[in-house]
Design a protein around this ligand. Sequence first.
Ligand code: SF4
Length: 344
Amino acid sequence: MKANFYELTFEELTNLMLEYGLERFRSKQIFHWIYNKKATSFSEITTLKKEIRYFFDKEIGLNLPQLIKKDKQEDGTEKLLLLLNDKQTIESVIIPAGRKTTLCVSSQIGCALGCTFCATGKMGFIRNLTTDEIIGQILIALFMIEHSRRLTNIVFMGMGEPLNNLDNIVKAIKIIKNEYGLNFSGKRITISTAGIVPKIYELSHKNLNVKLAISLNAANNKKRTQIMPINKKYPIKELISAVRAFQKTTKWRITFEYVLLDGFNNNYKDAKELISLLGGISCKVNLIPYNSISWSKFTAPSMNKVQEFANWLYPYLPAVTIRQTRGDKIAGACGQLATKYNYD
Ligand code: SF4
């Protein structure tokens, strides 16, 4: 089977060039044409000699997932359903907000972690996405918005636990950050994790300079384990130690995401526990009103209750934001992504 171009980092492409007896600088040309000029075949790269174009067409594929469905909500949020080579499907979500446009990228098909409030968790784990499938989500979104908006942020918060697919996520980030390609800054890339502690340490040594978000959702072990079984393996104290270690390697603030589940984690005592847990960490708390899923026992608190919870935190924590619910009507909001399609 042909290699897929989108799985190659710049260094890997350069090594391939040298292996094939081609000049090193050709990899800059190719990265530029594919990622900036959006060439979809090597024959479009007119700065390459004909025989090199022919050679690449023969040896390397340019295979992207297939966009099979788009759902757009009035607020502009757009959910994309993509078909992969093995007939599995994944979702990514484009979220425009003012001058910002964020792409929420999936890292796995399904998820093994089984958080009880999450539609992806309910699917179970099917497989990790490959690097080219991750890159494919980004390129397809770029094709879709290129005439109207600029992609400003990429968040690994779609289907799956990114740190359980760390190698492919790291490769994909190296590709999107490459200066000859998309040249995306690390400060505009966020990896969100449920708290795979050893992988947070591993990520901190990768020198990617990306932002880290922790899906926290409860400030004591009893409650957190109830909704996030991974907490049993990596309890809060270990998680916070890993976060502190990660923070030493980056200048960015850590984001703690806190999905507000009415009557479960949004009372005054919860707020006080959160304050004492996060006090002293350079962080931002992002409160996310729960996005309902038909089978879930949880419900979203009223906006008054969300605001009240935020008010309890404000004086004590450095930054508290309330995430505006986006894409909930198309099941594209946080925690709602789950594909039921498997195309034969
Ligand atoms: S919230 Fe994230 S880690 Fe938990 S089940 Fe859903 S996708 Fe997996």
